[in-house]
Design a protein around this ligand. Structure first.
Ligand code: ATP
Length: 527
């Protein structure tokens, strides 16, 4: 990590925020190359998640929203990490993290009012001074608070959003009414999120300001699927997940998104072997979640979460339905039509079966009957599948996966170390470097500039004329530019250039007219 962080600073990928003032813990800036890398990541995600789908639309909401949202979502009461101080050396820790690192687990007790109480297990020591003399473990709310307007009072307290998801839930109805979408459909968003993490660490992995890419995919409750299709398809190892089907329930939709997201990570260059699909155990799940898969990546500091894909039931929309007093139900004409074909006896039998299922799952049978009455009227609150990824964590995964040192022989046969960032061309900050062989030959410079200008409106290409050609190649290797072309004297005669591949270092003659096609093919994965 240290080598990578040094390269990121030296070459302008990532800088410490406010560095000239000593920095600020948990905040990072992206330099010229990091900014391009991040833009590519966002662009690829946006294209995959909405442009290339007819059933997902985008949103761009504000960071500060009505504070009642965070009450309804549960963040005000429960979005907290357990914090503990060492009484001996006064250092502050996340109790669950230090316990876990020492092979222990903190005990959590949830009281009736939903509040969490923590207890540090015996034997855990302060990682700094070794003392076991800790304060009580206290919950620490991770939301950054501020005030809206000139008066600082509790009445105008507001929060920087700790996730982008809630903005999607509270705009669900507006999007539904304006986008000509019908359930199942999704709303996606990319944007900043803020968490006052107790111990930001592992470089950009756990930051206090970061960016999320989230999709909320709204689906019919399984009971509505059953009424419309007569059954709910069961997830089996043979289920064909390539195209969505009307008879899918939440379980297949969830698995579908897990597979989609894994395939996307592979498509942008993360090797299959570095990705882990971790299914959370029942006792790890949030109380409203039916299932959650963490897509993890083998970072240099360990296998850690890159993205969480949760089946969140109808929890979020129901919370806003209740707290805002504005209905979040949808009217589903296919459901209404399906129900119209049932006689009273069939409806009663259906509602009784749902009530029995709910009761077996510990839920109220009366609520089941109310829910069924709504269903028979064609109405329900949609359920939600949420793939939620972090831009910064993905950028860090791409950087650490790309970093490579290899021994090669220089011009004189002497062994040297080549540092290469093996970015997939889709994410590489610079796609092509263009060099005139000699900078003091105006005809070579003019031709190289001409190529550069003809490509730069479509791709981020880079012109460089300084230093020996071998050194120029090395500089590009180190920042992961997949291709380089050199304009030499033959170019002036036959309009070909030397095309050099970063990974193989092979060189070949290529017509200038072919460069755009080559770049396009590299980005779409064609050879
Ligand atoms: P963790 O357990 O690592 O704190 P989380 O489970 O709280 O993460 P979610 O709330 O599911 O994370 O957020 C979704 C995604 O947002 C994460 O998978 C991660 O990529 C990103 N993310 C969350 N917190 C941070 C952070 N502090 N810094 C950078 N990215 C983050």
């Amino acid at each position: 990590m240290e080598t990578l962080a040094a390269l990121c600073k030296r070459r302008g990928f990532i800088f410490q925020s406010s560095e000239i003032y000593g920095g600020i813990n948990g905040f990072w800036d992206y330099g010229p190359l990091g900014a391009e890398l991040k833009r590519n990541v966002r662009g690829l995600w946006w294209r995959e998640m909405t442009r290339e789908r007819e059933d997902v639309v985008g949103l761009d909401a504000t960071i500060i929203m009505h504070p009642s949202i965070w009450k309804a979502s549960g963040h005000l009461d429960t979005f907290a990490d357990p914090m503990v101080d060492c009484k001996s050396c006064k250092s502050r820790w996340r109790a669950d993290q230090i316990a876990e690192e020492q092979g222990k687990k903190i005990e959590i007790e949830i009281t009736e009012d939903g509040k969490k109480h923590y207890k540090m297990p015996a034997g855990v020591k302060c990682p700094k001074c070794g003392s076991a003399n800790f304060t009580e473990v206290r919950p620490f709310n991770l939301m950054f608070a501020t005030h809206v307007g000139p008066i600082e009072s509790d009445d105008n307290k507001a929060y920087l959003r700790p996730e982008t998801a809630q903005a999607i839930f509270v705009q669900f109805k507006n999007v539904l009414d304006t986008s000509r979408q019908k359930v199942p459909f999704g709303i996606c968003q990319i944007g900043k999120a803020f968490r006052n993490e107790v111990t930001p660490r592992n470089y950009t992995f756990r930051s206090r300001e970061f960016e999320q890419m989230e999709l909320q995919f709204f689906i019919r409750p399984d009971e509505a699927v059953e009424l419309i299709c007569g059954h709910v398809a069961q997830l089996t190892p043979d289920t064909d997940l390539s195209e969505p089907h009307a008879d899918w329930g939440w379980e297949i939709w969830h698995k579908y998104w897990v597979e989609k997201r894994l395939a996307w990570y592979r498509s942008i260059g993360l090797p299959k072997a570095s990705l882990v699909e971790y299914w959370q155990a029942k006792d790890e799940l949030a109380h409203y979640a039916r299932a959650c898969v963490d897509i993890q990546f083998a970072f240099p500091f360990g296998i850690q979460e890159l993205e969480g894909i949760a089946a969140r039931s109808d929890y979020d929309l129901t919370q806003h339905h209740i707290h805002s007093g504005k209905s979040q139900e949808v009217f589903d004409d296919e459901l209404k039509a399906a129900v119209a074909k049932l006689d009273d006896a069939a409806r009663t039998a259906f509602a009784d079966k749902v009530a029995a299922d709910w009761q077996a799952a510990g839920k109220s049978p009366e609520a089941a009957h109310t829910f069924c009455a709504k269903l028979f009227d064609g109405r329900y609150i949609p359920h939600d599948i949420e793939p939620s990824a972090g831009v910064d964590r993905l950028v860090l995964a791409l950087l650490s996966d790309a970093y490579c040192e290899e021994k090669i022989a220089d011009d004189k046969g002497k062994e040297e170390t080549r540092v290469v960032m093996r970015f997939n061309p889709k994410v590489a900050p610079i796609k092509l470097a263009i060099f005139p062989l000699l900078k003091n030959r105006p005809e070579l410079v003019a031709k190289a500039r001409e190529i550069y200008l003809s490509l730069r409106s479509r791709w981020n290409v880079f012109y460089d004329e300084s230093g020996a050609i071998g050194r120029r190649y090395r500089r590009q290797d180190e920042i992961g530019t997949p291709f380089g072309v050199t304009v030499d004297f033959q170019t002036l005669e036959d309009n070909t250039v030397t095309w050099r591949d970063r990974d193989t270092m092979k060189q070949e003659r290529v017509a200038i007219s072919e460069l755009a096609t080559r770049l396009q093919n590299a980005e779409t994965g064609k050879q």
